[in-house]
Write a new protein. Structure first.
Length: 522
């Protein structure tokens, strides 16, 4: 073993839990879980997972709303040289089933609230052999009871920094989700990067409302490394969020822009006790500069922006609180549209189509390097090669970097829609809508929306002599893909523009709706 071996996520987890045994690690519903209690639960979970066949190379899935056990499910497999995969609580059955089988999950941990979905998955998945529930259920075995009865294992961190510890799924406009291999090395680098580069308060009382099984969980390990506490909510409610900030003396929270918009639209937000709140980290989708200015005017200088993607473990750039300049100058107005500067340990470049750096201020593809970058895509070597072309991680975002190192996203290479912080993949929705007998042609695009950032819009050509209403098509998508992905509107047209080779020309189509905007993200 090299004396220069990088740290692993598992080592950071064990170090944090041992350093602050008497402090409170999690708070939810008025109940507390100490660092020592968390460490004891983790040690018992390892025993249970081993008894269910999880060891080196094993695959564990999770489907749950926010609760402390979600974090245990994220980190326990890594201590066994196995890996963790998240199923999004708002995801469709078809996506969940694809992920289970593509990742070859053998154990699925579920909140009893998702027992029906888990039963369907267990019946149809080719790989699942065990379902463990986080409480009483008619399905599978109660993991909490098993853990209480189990002898604790030794918390012995993984020795291989390059072993995959998270296999997370992201999507693309080509269709099915892609598995992203994130190593012990990448996740440790991410935790240290976030701790130093996200402009977090010194005293960390972190309030998470979005699913911690996904991006909202990234600040938890940096919070534990600082001896802080994570406070959990299970759904977004701006009034409840304000009460929790006051009652729990929250110092920081992670919100997507649509949550911030609804917070600003909540009556009495200025009168609420926000005296403890030092930072609102926002990201996952672009934020309207006008609403950002409003937020700063009404809530103060608490906003920190982050930009990254699953392939970079969420790391990339940050715009710190002090860099949110609302001065009445052209320079300040421009800076407020930036996603910030590269975080520590990350190198950013803007490349032309040949992989050559462009001059400062010129537009190209934003690309990243650093130890937090993925190992590659699961069973997709060609996509991995494309993503790592020219020795950089290609993000698919078109942007520029100014002479001071501030990055600006101006468009997307891909047709991905980000609505309310959720990724929506147009090809999948087009397949659903086009299956209706009255639909001749369909294109799905993102259009500017003051609440969602981007709203999903379907543009449809109806077959001659037939008819279909917008609500019918919206309901069709809602049933197949879930409410998040359902179009907010449907436009009926005589024809969809096409490129010279006959493909739908989405750039021209989007231009009709984005004509009054300076950038093609919102």
């Amino acid at each position: 073993m090299s004396v220069h071996r990088p740290p692993t996520q598992s080592e950071l987890v064990v170090q944090a839990l041992r350093r602050f045994p008497d402090r409170v690690a999690f708070r939810q519903g008025g109940k507390s879980l100490s660092y020592a209690g968390l460490a004891d639960a983790l040690a018992r979970w390892l025993t249970v997972l081993r008894e269910h066949g999880i060891g080196p190379g094993g695959r564990v899935g999770l489907l749950s709303l926010n609760r402390p056990e979600v974090w245990l499910a994220q980190v326990a497999p890594g201590l066994l040289d196995a890996s963790y995969t998240a199923l999004h609580p708002a995801g469709s059955f078809s996506d969940h089933l694809f992920i289970c089988d593509d990742a070859e999950l053998t154990v699925l941990i579920v909140d009893p609230a998702f027992a029906d979905r888990a039963a369907e998955l267990a019946a149809k998945s080719a790989t699942l052999t065990h379902v463990l529930t986080l409480g009483p259920s008619d399905l599978g075995s109660d993991l909490l009871v098993l853990a209480d009865r189990a002898a604790p294992s030794v918390l012995e961190p993984s020795a291989d920094p390059e072993s995959t510890t998270w296999l997370l799924y992201t999507g693309g406009t080509t269709g099915l989700p892609k598995g992203v291999h994130l190593s012990q090395r990448a996740l440790a680098a991410q935790a240290l990067n976030l701790a130093t580069g996200w402009d977090l308060p010194r005293e960390r009382r972190y309030l998470s409302v979005a699913p911690i099984s996904h991006a909202s969980g990234l600040p938890i390990l940096p919070t534990l490394l600082a001896g802080g506490t994570t406070v959990l909510m299970t759904k977004w409610d701006p009034e409840e969020w304000l009460r929790t900030v006051a009652d729990e003396r929250v110092t920081m929270s992670f919100l997507v822009p649509t949550m911030i918009y609804s917070l600003l639209d909540t009556e009495g937000v200025e009168a609420a006790d926000r005296s403890s709140l030092e930072a609102i980290v926002y990201g996952a989708s672009p934020m309207s500069p006008a609403r950002l200015r409003e937020g700063i005017a009404r809530l103060g200088g608490v906003f920190t922006q982050m930009w990254g993607q699953t392939e970079s473990t969420g790391t990339g750039t940050t715009l710190w609180r002090s860099q949110h300049d609302v001065s009445d100058t052209p320079e300040a107005a421009e800076r407020l549209t930036s996603c910030g500067q590269a975080t520590p340990g990350v190198t950013i470049a803007v490349l032309d189509p040949d992989g050559q750096p462009v001059e400062p201020g010129e537009i190209g593809e934003l690309c990243l390097r650093g130890p937090s970058v993925m190992t590659g895509y699961h069973n997709q070597p060609e996509l991995t090669e494309q993503a790592f072309a020219h020795g950089w991680l290609h993000t698919g975002d078109v942007g520029r970097v100014d002479s001071a190192g501030f990055a600006y996203i101006v468009d997307r290479l891909k047709d991905l829609i980000i609505t309310g912080g959720y990724n929506v993949y147009p090809t999948e929705l087009e397949k659903v809508i086009s299956a209706h007998p009255a639909v001749a042609q369909c294109a799905v695009i993102g259009v500017p929306d003051t609440k969602w950032g981007e709203a999903v819009k379907a543009v449809v050509v109806v077959r001659s002599g037939m008819a279909v209403g917008p609500e019918t098509l919206i309901d069709l998508v809602r049933q197949e893909k879930g409410s998040v992905q359902a179009p907010k509107s449907v436009d009926f047209v005589d024809a969809i523009p096409v490129t010279g080779v006959g493909k739908p020309d989405k750039k021209t189509l989007r231009a009709r709706y984005w004509a009054d905007h300076d950038r093609a993200v919102n």
